[in-house]
Ligand binder design. Sequence first.
Ligand SMILES: Nc1ncnc2c1ncn2[C@@H]1O[C@H](COP(=O)(O)OP(=O)(O)OP(=O)(O)O)[C@@H](O)[C@H]1O
Ligand SMILES: [Mg+2]
Length: 513
Amino acid sequence: MLAKLRSMSVVGIDAFEIGIEADISDMMPSFAIVGLPDGAVRESKERVMSAIKNCGFEFPSRKVTINMAPADMKKEGSAFDLPIAVGLLIASCQVDIDKPDRYLMVGELSLDGSVKRVKGMLSIAICARELRCEGIIVPRECAEEAAVAEGVAIYPVDSLTEALAFLQGTKAIQPHHTDLKALFCQARHYAIDFKDVKGQEHIKRALLVAAAGGHNILMIGPPGSGKTMLARRLPSILPDLTLDEALETTKIHSVAGLLDPRTPLLATRPFRSPHHTVSDAGLIGGGSYPRPGEVSLAHHGVLFLDELPEFQKNILENLRQPLEDGKVTISRAAMSLSYPARFMLAAALNPCPCGYFTDPRHKCSCKPEQIQKYMARISGPLMDRIDIHVEVPALTYEELAQKQPGEDSASMREKVAAARSVQVQRFKGEKKIFCNAHMETRHVRKHCELDGPSQELLKTAIEKLGLSARAYDRILKVARTIADLDAKPAIESSHIGEAIQYRSLDRKLWLGG
Ligand SMILES: Nc1ncnc2c1ncn2[C@@H]1O[C@H](COP(=O)(O)OP(=O)(O)OP(=O)(O)O)[C@@H](O)[C@H]1O
Ligand SMILES: [Mg+2]
């Protein structure tokens, strides 16, 4: 006898329907899964066999064939265990279910027949909603995550036995609902705030400018000056996520299996800080079982590279594609996958190997050539994409001891939001440009015109400070953002003056000018 069921598989961050057929024929006992199954799918035989036995049924000792369609798409993961087990029980006439393909089914089985969570549940539920499917049977652990999709009935089950009882009509299960709006509002809160940072007003201002224009930022400072502390707070001043952005970021974390069941929706901007030993696949994504990398986990948030010179140059150079296109494409034998990766880059480094080159209170023990070598490790193409560099000074005792709290994240976020709304108007007709940092040369020419005094100031800066040519466009873009923060339609010389300050590395002798 033949049973037909419906399940789902995730490719990239989107789910696709998979048809599952179970056939049993009176021939020598054997078990085959066809339709490009991967290792985890092939192993489902063992899990399904034990689960069926431990739920009080018999595993058919005849020829069993499981076919998964479409045949040319690679099937990965353990989510097909549940439909395979149900299909086998129907095909071997041990249960009688009318129209088993009414529902979609996903779930990994453990040997005792309980149903375990699967990755990518949100993508699966969104796809089920688009297919206008009657409902979807999911592991209870993932019900909250699935219900975020809204508009499709989610039936949570704990075990194979419960799924069978529901399908046979002997047990009613209430569809799982979640109040998405309430969940979204509740989860929007950041645990850390800029008001915890003492002093460092100049750096806070630079971070505000960076957030307002979507500019990538680099902080240089001695150990303990608060670089990591400051960068961690960056997401809290970026504009609030919209629900669509939150869903997109959640999908990526769900596919990577990183979603905490207690927070089924990521409503705050992510902050990712990969260690400098991160592999290519870890940073960009991919691997033999493709997973989104750190750049995608940071989608709509901040990617922080601490101790920048410690990262391998070739790994950092792979950041070019995501920084330019807002996505990464991973080529595999049969197809290419793409993951969204639109993030703001923040990076930090010490000014020299010992860390104290710019700290007046410590003596630096590095030789000039050691410092040059250390700085030369930073990838040039990456530096070309960083608009703002600032030096973070070590705090004085007076600053550390001060009790007065600084400006908080909420008020900084308001300023950022106001400046961003000016940019939304400015780039209305443009396709890929959302903020000043994305401007190309022609936009810079159009939107960053300078009056006489500003031109003069920039000319002097370039000539006297020895700023490099690459600094020119970047200063103009950043000045545009500062003017937007100031609610001024034209760039003024004070804006240019401030933007020039944010090019520390161009000025320092240790980079060779
Ligand atoms: N401006 C500040 N206000 C309050 N606390 C601070 C400040 N700067 C540093 N600290 C304290 O110092 C600790 C170390 O700071 P942090 O780790 O951010 O420094 P860092 O510059 O990243 O150092 P490293 O170069 O060693 O990574 C913080 O956890 C915080 O407690
Ligand atoms: Mg640090």
